[in-house]
Design a binder for this molecule. Structure first.
Ligand code: FAD
Length: 382
């Protein structure tokens, strides 16, 4: 998904995976009806109501509140009623920037003018969605995956986890913005449409590849079983994250297991996780999605996350993945392996995507996953 080292095409010619949304959710309460109500009051002032006029008034008296109620309900459900076309850039203001590590920050953006990106298309579609940010001086744009909304977030706000790439044109520009600055966004783009009847997902996420994983976790909900294997170079990027599998991948996994099993460790770890969840926003959001989407002891509908940190010597091993693929599923539906992260990470697991006719396509399966017996699991490169 993340094309490090590949220059994205300029705004004019950028390849788009976008499919045109056909939302009718924003049908506005008709202006005529509103004006009609107002006019009836002003232009007929002082006149004795006739029988039919009384009926008209009664219709307005009942109709306007009902219509307004429906209008308000639609607005609450689908965000701003003045949604911009996905191909048009709209202005947002940088409302907050939370540094979560030395290279990554969470950006919170609010619409700066009347129009805004259609949040229903971003959040409610069974799809992984992203938007493009414009770098105005260079007239280039890059895609960023929107984080699922979290508790306390205003309905029109958008949040993104963005890593500052060394010498990165757009990420560098975004990280230099002062609070309150205006930035131009367009979208949404659908990067992957989740098929119906997904029962199992294994998500291999590298670094900021956790953002689409969180979208899938949120959208899959209690519909199935999802296991995220999240790899980071540094602990600071997933501070406090504790793996759900008992023995995290490491050369000394047996000793880690005995360490994990000790009651003293459990108490200490619980404290660390609680504290870290309060301070590390992404790990906190991972945990909150897990809590909402894991149904007690029903092992068919759970979200599990394992953390891997290069600097601690823990890497996602092929056996960590094959173990999950071999897990017996009694009632199999669609099973997906989704891979998202820096280009090197995606290439290692799946081989590179390809450009065909100006569009980026999946290309043949390569990398480590091509050597596995996939038992019918479908691989998707993001
Ligand atoms: C669908 C999608 C969703 C994405 N979501 C996110 C997200 O949520 N968060 C996130 O952080 N990123 C995300 N990305 C990646 C993002 O779009 C950018 O690619 C990333 O921020 C780097 O862009 P940049 O303009 O800052 O860097 P660029 O200027 O494109 O440079 C990237 C790197 O390549 C190097 N480089 C550039 N040109 C050359 C060259 N000619 N030779 C050698 N090296 C070179 C640069 O030094 C830099 O390290 C997503 C990408 C896609 C496609």
């Amino acid at each position: 998904m993340f094309s490090i080292g590949r220059r994205c095409p300029a705004l004019r010619s950028g390849p788009r995976l976008y499919r045109s949304p056909t939302s009718t959710r924003h049908a506005r309460f008709s202006q005529t009806a509103r004006n009609g109500g107002d006019n009836s009051n002003s232009s007929h002032e002082g006149r004795k109501p006739t029988g039919s006029y009384t009926r008209v008034l009664a219709i307005f008296a009942l109709g306007v509140p009902i219509g307004w109620g429906v209008h308000t309900l639609n607005d609450t459900r689908s965000g701003p009623s003045n949604s911009a076309k996905p191909t048009d850039f709209v202005k947002y203001a940088l409302a907050a920037k939370e540094d979560i590590s030395s290279t990554c920050s969470i950006f919170t953006l609010k619409p700066a003018q009347g129009s805004a990106i259609d949040t229903a298309q971003l959040y409610d579609q069974p799809a992984i969605t992203s938007v493009q940010f414009k770098q105005p001086q260079l007239q280039i744009a890059r895609s960023y995956t929107v984080l699922p909304p979290h508790e306390g977030q205003a309905p029109d706000e958008l949040r993104f986890l963005i890593r500052k790439e060394q010498n990165g044109e757009v990420s560098g520009y975004l990280h230099r913005l002062a609070l309150g600055s205006t930035v131009e966004l367009r979208g949404p783009s659908v990067d992957y449409l989740l098929p119906e009847s997904v029962t199992d997902v294994v998500f291999l996420a590298g670094g900021t590849g956790i953002a689409p994983a969180l979208q899938v976790g949120e959208k899959l909900g209690k519909a199935g079983m999802m296991h995220i294997l999240w790899a980071n170079r540094r602990r600071e990027d997933c501070l406090g994250g504790m793996s759900d599998s008992k023995a995290p991948s490491a050369s000394s996994s047996w000793s880690l297991f005995s360490w994990w099993s000790s009651p003293t460790t459990h108490a200490a770890v619980a404290d660390t996780v609680t504290n870290a969840n309060q301070s590390h926003a992404i790990v906190g959001q991972v945990e909150s999605i897990k809590r909402r989407h894991t149904s007690g002891l029903d092992s068919k509908t759970a979200l599990l996350v394992d953390y891997y940190v290069d600097e601690e010597g823990t890497f996602i091993r092929p056996t960590d993945v094959t173990k999950l693929l071999d897990t017996a599923v009694q009632d199999p539906g669609k099973r997906l392996i989704l891979v998202s992260g820096p280009e090197g990470f995606v290439n290692y697991w799946t081989g590179p995507k390809q450009w065909v006719g100006g569009r980026e396509v999946q290309g043949p399966l390569g990398g480590a996953l091509a050597t596995f017996d996939l038992h019918g699991w479908q691989v998707v490169k993001l």
